[in-house]
Write a protein that binds this ligand. Structure first.
Ligand SMILES: [Zn+2]
Length: 474
């Protein structure tokens, strides 16, 4: 019984972010008609003072008291861990049956989303390796509901059933919308397993601070106001089980002094705690956009520590299978090293590379790694790997370079010679052979022709045929 409850509270818990705004419909229209870009959603909301999002937790979750005990050994005053963590991330674009969706999602958007994750989590040595994306064409599944049918967990099971789920990666489902239920169509920005490796996000929020927020849940973070409304003062004091986040209350813009300030109009008091301001730019605060955006949002050191400890202690058994090597980050997600040839410095063969953006790259001389030949900033997609250079990702190390690129030797073109073999006497008795050869392997060619007299016809570089007779002895 006890065990069953534990399983329920570790696996079932999902957190919801609710979006009741009407103004939101306008944003959908603008995105649909390409008048607004996905990555402009947050700034559009700020400019137009659209304050649509509040976050809501699933109160079916019941293990909070246990969490106080857990928090004493976990997340507070634990030794720091030095590891660098790399997680694979894979995206599922949910479409209608015929592959159509209102708001088109391209690989460019997805790379931007991965870069957002890296920028948000890299300060804590948590990295994301882009593993690609796929489509799920099913109108019925493209909208996700919190309750009843068509839930997030059912969507995950469905993706497993059709062999699209990636157990080696974080799975990000991009939905056309997420709604409370068939009866209450209130929209929600995202749902994440906490802890876990699955997230579904409303397509409009893919390139906003909501995305790192959801992944924060995956790594076991609570909302900053998580415990405020609890009756147990021990829980209220524990706040979100992170030592350096400000105690917080659920709030809306009406509670704040003005606009995007973090100061409350009315001081709140509970359990001896006085709250004058809220951490409005924390990734895990109530989503009072436009106050929180990718321009200002952050995780605290304490949140970083809690995430790293959650990974270290494998709070989700799924973390392990989705991790990758640090070296994997230095691999391009597109490009073919076999095609790059020595001496071909005209960029044509060298531009088929694509490395994920979100990092500061330096391509340095393989043998003198302080010599930088090319560099790319976080918002660029490096599209070359110059021969004889190795790669530095400054977010990982400004010292160590990986993956020296030594192109292969140029292959000579194979040609064909016609050889007419007469044997011991030149006469009417002869046989004709076609023998392949390379300029640099002339000896090999002579080994392959028959003994005796041979008339060899070779095409020269002008296309003319040149003949010569040779005699091959034993
Ligand atoms: Zn949330």
């Amino acid at each position: 019984m006890k065990k069953a409850r534990k399983v329920v509270y570790t696996l079932i818990l999902t957190l919801y972010c609710m979006n009741p705004s009407i103004a939101q419909e306008k944003i959908s229209d603008l995105l649909r008609t390409n008048t607004l870009e996905l990555k402009e959603v947050e700034s559009y909301m700020r400019t137009n003072n659209i304050i649509p999002l509040s976050c809501e937790e699933d109160h079916a979750y019941g293990g909070d008291v246990d969490h106080v005990k857990r928090a004493k050994t976990f997340g507070f005053s634990t030794k720091p861990i030095e590891a660098v963590y790399v997680f694979n991330v894979y995206f599922h674009i949910l479409n209608d049956n015929n592959g159509y969706r209102d708001i088109p999602i391209t690989e460019e958007h997805i790379l931007e989303a991965v870069s957002i994750l890296n920028k948000s989590f890299n300060p804590f040595k948590i990295f994301f390796k882009y593993k690609g994306y796929g489509h799920i064409n099913n109108t019925w599944r493209s909208v996700v509901y919190l309750g009843g049918n068509r839930t997030f967990n059912q969507l995950i099971d469905y993706s497993k059933g059709i062999d699209k789920y990636r157990s080696d990666s974080f799975n990000i489902f991009i939905a056309s919308s997420i709604r409370r239920s068939q009866y209450d169509q209130t929209r929600i920005a995202g749902v994440a397993n906490k802890p876990g490796i699955n997230t579904v996000i409303d397509d409009e929020y893919l390139l906003t601070s909501t995305f790192p927020h959801e992944i924060g849940h995956n790594f076991n973070l609570f909302h900053t106001h998580h415990n405020w409304n609890k009756n147990n003062c021990e829980l209220v004091r524990r706040n979100d089980f992170v030592e350096d986040t400000l105690p917080s209350v659920p709030y809306s813009s009406d509670d704040l002094i003005d606009g995007c300030s973090s100061e409350l109009k009315e001081i709140r008091n509970k359990c001896g705690i006085e709250i004058r301001q809220v951490p409005s730019s924390n990734f895990m605060s109530s989503n009072v956009m436009p106050c929180r955006s990718l321009d200002n949002a952050l995780f605290t050191q304490g949140q970083g520590k809690r995430m790293r400890l959650s990974i270290h202690e494998q709070i989700s058994p799924m973390y392990m299978g989705t991790q990758n090597s640090v070296e994997s980050l230095y691999e391009p997600f597109k490009g073919n090293y076999d095609k790059v040839v020595v001496d071909d410095s005209s960029d044509s063969d060298n531009t088929n590379f694509k490395f994920q953006k979100g990092f500061d790259y330096e391509f340095v001389d393989c043998y003198d790694t302080n010599e930088v030949e090319e560099s790319f900033s976080k918002d660029e997609i490096p599209n070359i790997h110059p021969p004889y250079t190795a790669i530095k990702i400054l977010q990982i190390s400004s010292e160590e370079a990986f993956k020296c690129h030594i192109p292969r030797e140029e292959q000579e073109e194979e040609n064909e010679r016609i050889v007419i073999s007469f044997g011991a006497i030149i006469g009417n008795n002869y046989t004709t052979h076609k023998i392949k050869y390379q300029f640099s392997k002339e000896k090999e060619f002579y080994k392959r022709i028959p003994l005796g007299f041979n008339l060899i016809k070779t095409k020269n570089k002008y296309g003319q045929t040149v003949q010569k007779m040779i005699y091959k002895s034993q």
